[in-house]
Design a protein around this ligand. Structure first.
Ligand SMILES: Cc1cc2nc3c(=O)[nH]c(=O)nc-3n(C[C@H](O)[C@H](O)[C@H](O)COP(=O)(O)OP(=O)(O)OC[C@H]3O[C@@H](n4cnc5c(N)ncnc54)[C@H](O)[C@@H]3O)c2cc1C
Length: 489
C-alpha cells in the first residue's frame, strides 16, 4: 500500500456510490483525488434496486463493460399492487429509452465502483476514517484520519485539500458534526424491516428481474430478486406503527407485514427465510445547504428519501456527477466557485424535491382508506415551503399549458392534486398494454407528454442544456465539466 498523501486537490469522504462515482470522474480529468472509506470492502449495504439512470453514469465513469459483464440481475421494470390498483411498469415503454436497470448486491456493486475509482487514478484508502475537519473560516481545509495498521496500532494523520466532497452517507460528517443543518421531514418517518429468502416465486411479478411492490394498511413491501437466486424482501412501516407493536419481536413485526400483503404471500409461499431480520430507520431528511466554500455534500450525506421510488443510488451518483463537474470546471477556471455552488445547490435540491413531490402524490394514489400510515405521508408546509414545491413542480411541467391554477395560487393542495392527476393518467396509459401499442394522434401525444413528465422526475435533467439551471448544465462532451447555455466557450 502506498503511504497516505499529506495534500490532495480533492478529498472524498466515503466510498459508497456517491464517493466512488465522484472519485472516478475527477481522477479521469487528471486531478489528484484521495478517497477515504472507513470500512473494508466488500461490506453489506441496503439499497439494491437501481433506476435506469445508473447506466449513463456508469458510461461516464467508463465502467459499462464491467457492469454488464458482472452478472447483476437485469431489471426491466416494476410490478405494483398498490392500493386497489395493479400496475406493471416497463422502463421506456412510453418514452422509448432507458429500457433496463439492475438489481444489485450492494457489497459487490460498491466494491466494483470503489475499485474502478482506484483504477481511474484516484488514491483510495479503505479502513481509513475521517475523524474531524479543520476550517479556514467556513472553508474546510484539513482532515484528520485514523486507520488500522498491520500490527494493530492505529495510524493517524492529517491531509490538506483544496476541495472536499462529503459522501459519508447517513453518517453525514459535515451536516451532523459541523453544519448541524440536517432537517428531518414531518412525513416519511418510516422504518425498514427486511430479510433474504430463497425459493421465492420470482415470476409472481410476471417477469423475472422486476421489483415487486405491495401496499399494506401500515405501509408497503418490496421484493427485489438478486442474481444469486435469493430475494431481498422488506417492509416499510411508519415509526408509530412500530411503537404501537411494542412487545413484539422484529421477526413478528416482519411476519405480520408479510401476511398483510397478498403479493408477498404469493412470492414467499414455498420460500425460506435464510437471514436474520434486520431493521433501519429510513426517516427522510435534507440539509439546509448542500454546499459551501470548498465543499459539496453528495448522496445521503446531503439528503435522503423514503426508498419507495428506488431513488437513493440515483440521487447519490447524480449529485456526485454534479459535484465532480463543478470542481473540475472551477479548477479549469471555466466557472467561479460561487457560481458552481449555486448551480449545484439548485440542481440537487430540484432533483430531490421532484422525488419528494412525486413520492407524496404516489402515496396518495395508493391510499385505500384513512389509515394512519397513508395520512402521515402527506407533505406539509413544514416539510417544503410552498414556493419550493411550486418551483419543483413547475420545472417538471415546463411546456405544459394547463397549469394556470398552479402558476397563480401554487398551494400545496393544488400542486399535489395536479401531481396525483398525472400519476393517475400514467397508470391509465400503462394499464392497457394492447391499447398503448396502438395509440395515435392526440392520445399518443398526451402519452408522450406524460412520459416526459415522469422522465423529469427520474431522469437526469442536469445533463440537458435545455434544462440548464442558472445557465449551467453538466456537459459530457468534448470534455466533462459544466457547460454554459448563454455564452460560447
Ligand atoms: C431500507 C432502505 C432501503 C433502500 N432501498 C434502496 C433501493 O432499493 N434503491 C436505491 O437506490 N436506494 C435505496 N436505499 C437508499 C440507498 O441505500 C442510499 O441512498 C445509498 O446507499 C446512498 O449512497 P451514498 O454513497 O450516499 O452513501 P453510502 O452508500 O451509505 O456510502 C457512504 C460510505 O461512507 C463511509 N463513511 C461514513 N463516514 C465516514 C467517515 N467519517 N470516514 C470515511 N468513510 C466514511 C461509509 O462506511 C459508507 O461506505 C434504501 C435505503 C434504506 C434505508
Amino acid at each position: 500500500m502506498s503511504s497516505l498523501p499529506k495534500k490532495t486537490q480533492v478529498l472524498i469522504i466515503g466510498g459508497g456510490p456517491a464517493g466512488s462515482t465522484a472519485a472516478a470522474l475527477l481522477a479521469r480529468q487528471g486531478h489528484h483525488v484521495t478517497l477515504f472509506e472507513k470500512d473494508k470492502f466488500p461490506r453489506y449495504h441496503i439499497g439494491e434496486s437501481l433506476l435506469p439512470t445508473i447506466l449513463p453514469i456508469i458510461d461516464l465513469i467508463g465502467a459499462r463493460e464491467k457492469m454488464d459483464k458482472f452478472g447483476f440481475q437485469r431489471k426491466h421494470g416494476a410490478y405494483l399492487e398498490w392500493g386497489k390498483e395493479t400496475w406493471a411498469l416497463n422502463f421506456g415503454e412510453l418514452s422509448g429509452d432507458a429500457t433496463y436497470a439492475y438489481q444489485v448486491t450492494r457489497a459487490e456493486f460498491d466494491e466494483m465502483l470503489i475499485n474502478h475509482a482506484a483504477e481511474q487514478g484516484a488514491f483510495v484508502f479503505q479502513e481509513t476514517e475521517v475523524r474531524s475537519l479543520e476550517f479556514d473560516g467556513e472553508r474546510p481545509v484539513r482532515a484528520s484520519w485514523i486507520r488500522k495498521s498491520n500490527n494493530g496500532t492505529p495510524l493517524q494523520g492529517t491531509i490538506e485539500f483544496d476541495f472536499m466532497i462529503d459522501a459519508s452517507g447517513r453518517n453525514g460528517l459535515m451536516a451532523n458534526h459541523y453544519l448541524n443543518n440536517r432537517k428531518y421531514h414531518q412525513v416519511f418517518q418510516n422504518v425498514g424491516v427486511w430479510g433474504y429468502w430463497k425459493n421465492t416465486d420470482r415470476l409472481a411479478t410476471g417477469r423475472e428481474g422486476d421489483i415487486a411492490v405491495g401496499s399494506i394498511p401500515d405501509g408497503w413491501l418490496w421484493g427485489i430478486p438478486l442474481s444469486d437466486g435469493t430475494m431481498s424482501i422488506g417492509a416499510v412501516v411508519h415509526k408509530d406503527s412500530i411503537k404501537a407493536q411494542r412487545g413484539q419481536s422484529l421477526d413478528q413485526i416482519y411476519e405480520k407485514a408479510l401476511q398483510a400483503s397478498p403479493l408477498m404471500q404469493r412470492i414467499t409461499k414455498d420460500a425460506e427465510l435464510i437471514s436474520p431480520v434486520v431493521s433501519e430507520t429510513d426517516y427522510s431528511y435534507a440539509s439546509e445547504r448542500f454546499c459551501g466554500p470548498g465543499y459539496f455534500l453528495t448522496g445521503d450525506a446531503a439528503c435522503f428519501l423514503d426508498p419507495l421510488l428506488s431513488s437513493g443510488v440515483h440521487l447519490a451518483t447524480m449529485s456526485a456527477m454534479m459535484a465532480a463537474a463543478s470542481i473540475t470546471s472551477i479548477f479549469r477556471e471555466e466557472v467561479g466557485e460561487e457560481e458552481a455552488q449555486s448551480f449545484f445547490e439548485s440542481s440537487y435540491r430540484q432533483a430531490y424535491l421532484r422525488f419528494l413531490v412525486f413520492l407524496s402524490a404516489f402515496y396518495d394514489v395508493g391510499r385505500t382508506k384513512e389509515s394512519y400510515f397513508w395520512e402521515a405521508q402527506r407533505i406539509t408546509q413544514q416539510d417544503v415551503p410552498a414556493d419550493h414545491l411550486k418551483f419543483a413542480f413547475l420545472n417538471l411541467v415546463t411546456g405544459v399549458k394547463d397549469l394556470e391554477d398552479v402558476q397563480t395560487t401554487g398551494t400545496h393542495h393544488v400542486i399535489m392534486e395536479e401531481m396525483t392527476k398525472r400519476i393517475d393518467d400514467n397508470l391509465k396509459y400503462r394499464k392497457d398494454k394492447l391499447k398503448l401499442a396502438t395509440l395515435d394522434g392526440d392520445e399518443l401525444k398526451n402519452a408522450r407528454a406524460n412520459a416526459n413528465f415522469f422522465d423529469s422526475v427520474e431522469g437526469m435533467f442536469t445533463l440537458d442544456a435545455e434544462n440548464a439551471v442558472n445557465g449551467l448544465y453538466v456537459q459530457t462532451k468534448p470534455v466533462f465539466g459544466l457547460g454554459r447555455t448563454n455564452v460560447s466557450r
